[in-house]
Design a protein around this ligand. Sequence first.
Ligand SMILES: [Fe+2]
Length: 235
Amino acid sequence: MNAQSPSKTYGHLAVHYRNPAEGPLAARLLREIGFTECYSMAQPDGNEFYHFVIDEQANRGTDRIFYLLCMPEVLRKLYDAMHGALKVGTDGEDAAVTALRAAQEQDPEFNFHAAIVFPSLEELEERVGRLQQLAAEDEELKDRIKITLNRAKPGTPAVDERMDASPVFGDVDRYTYGVNGVQVFVETDLIAGGPLGDNWVFEFDYVFPGYKNNILNAPSDDAIAILEEKEAAGV
Ligand SMILES: [Fe+2]
């Protein structure tokens, strides 16, 4: 591996809001999540094409872009046909659909989703606090977002202490699969996701630096530096 050569990155993710009327609200949710709008414009059909970056420090040309487009009619018709054939949401709903939705209810990570890693736990907590407030009180968004938190799996005393003191994770009794990190899921029906065009899920992650093992199984630069220092010191 050549440490000098620049790595490939995700260029963009493109998703759909459901209909022209809901575009502005879906875009507002992305702003509330903390994305920065750059080059939004009207498409030839008159619907808005939203161009966000997930961090305003990101390269605005090609990197970390999140596109939000109106669902094309052909796709909407396909979802309608699938929902009709599988009797989604009716008494005769296909058992496979019921099972999928039950699994998704239990674990927001079960289906297709996109994760954003935050550089600071405080920033993540502030953002989650704002979204919780919107989910509870906001006229437009209160029935459109669902927030689920996984605190760090117990086992690292300093992390456990920080979790107990956290304004958003302190009372949480769900846990990540691994140690030394947290996950937050923000589920919304304003964006289509998954095989049935159901709710879209954003995941927010934070990984505590300085530990070789974490929920993403990829030590951060900080962690590698700390471990190398410890090894050099014979600790
Ligand atoms: Fe995930």
